[in-house]
Design a protein around this ligand. Structure first.
Ligand code: FAD
Ligand code: FES
Length: 259
């Protein structure tokens, strides 16, 4: 079990929890995730948003994330991981695109890239200014940050995916990285494919075991927990009938993905 060392409110519905020291998490590849067990409630997948100290950043959407939201310093959490395959840092000039709480798992990637002298351009999108996360942290480490909100309350009015399309077409990047609503991810993938630039995208599917046994996170020929959650263009081209179209719920039934 890990001790909650610090709780930080990012917005009214998003928090980051920092946990006690863990050498394996400190050595994780950006994009990897943890299975987080909230005793008496559930075990759910959460991306690593901070490696040292270990941290997860989550939006309150249901029972388990509500229970996480109520945790205080000194409470205990079960943690399995780091799990899955993370991002590969490729090239000297990259574009990182995050929507909503999807920005958080991209932060360790931006930290690594900045440490290695890679030029990192970042686009962050949210519904409204009050829902923006990690903007200041990203601004400190990136070579250029663009913030967009759907209501125009902070930054430019618009969608992160549309701005990403403009930059991908106008500038020359070695690799594009994205995490957020699946409609935005599909758009980023399609533009990157058209322009012919490499892309790595973080996907979510329903997870139970997190280690490739139960089959609940299937995406075409892949298991998201084991083969992903980071998918490159070659993998995504093989699952175009599912990516951006549907996912399976806890009963294995198809549901439309969030756009
Ligand atoms: C690899 C991965 C990394 C993730 N990282 C983050 C993160 O960093 N921050 C964050 O806020 N959320 C993250 N999520 C989503 C998070 O796991 C769900 O929001 C959470 O499980 C919801 O649980 P709940 O009981 O609060 O809500 P519920 O009411 O149970 O569910 C709300 C919605 O969350 C999704 N969900 C529920 N249970 C699971 C599950 N076991 N596996 C996958 N999706 C589920 C479903 O779409 C469901 O409709 C990640 C998901 C995956 C697969
Ligand atoms: S969650 Fe069980 S196989 Fe992926």
């Amino acid at each position: 079990m890990k001790r909650v060392e610090k709780v930080f409110a990012e917005t009214s519905t998003v928090k980051t929890i920092f946990l006690s020291k863990d050498e394996e998490i400190s050595a994780a590849t950006p994009g990897q995730f943890l299975m987080v067990w909230i005793p008496g409630v559930d075990e759910i997948p959460m991306s690593i948003s901070s490696k040292t100290p270990p941290g997860i950043t989550f939006r309150k959407v249901g029972e388990a994330t509500d229970a996480l939201f109520k945790l205080k310093e000194g409470d205990l959490l079960g943690v399995r991981g780091p799990l899955g395959k993370g991002f590969r840092l490729e090239g000297k000039r990259i574009l990182v695109v995050g929507g909503g709480v999807g920005v958080a798992p991209l932060f360790p990637l931006v930290e690594d890239a900045s440490r290695e002298g890679v030029e990192v351009h970042v686009i962050i999108g949210a519904r409204t200014g009050g829902a923006l996360v990690f903007a200041e942290r990203m601004a400190r480490l990136s070579s250029g940050l663009v913030v967009l909100t759907e209501d125009g309350s902070v930054g430019f009015r618009g969608m992160a995916g549309d701005f990403a399309e403009k930059l991908i077409r106008e500038k020359s990047y070695d690799q594009i990285y994205a995490c957020g609503p699946e409609g935005m991810l599909l758009k980023v993938f399609q533009v990157a494919e058209e322009v012919g630039v490499g892309v790595q995208i973080a996907l979510e599917r329903y997870m139970k075991c997190g280690i490739g046994i139960c089959g609940s996170c299937g995406l075409g020929q892949y298991l998201v927990c084991k083969d992903g959650p980071i998918f490159d263009g070659n993998m995504l081209r093989r699952v175009l009938d599912e990516f951006g179209v549907f996912r399976r719920d806890s009963y294995g039934c198809k549901e439309k993905v969030e756009r």
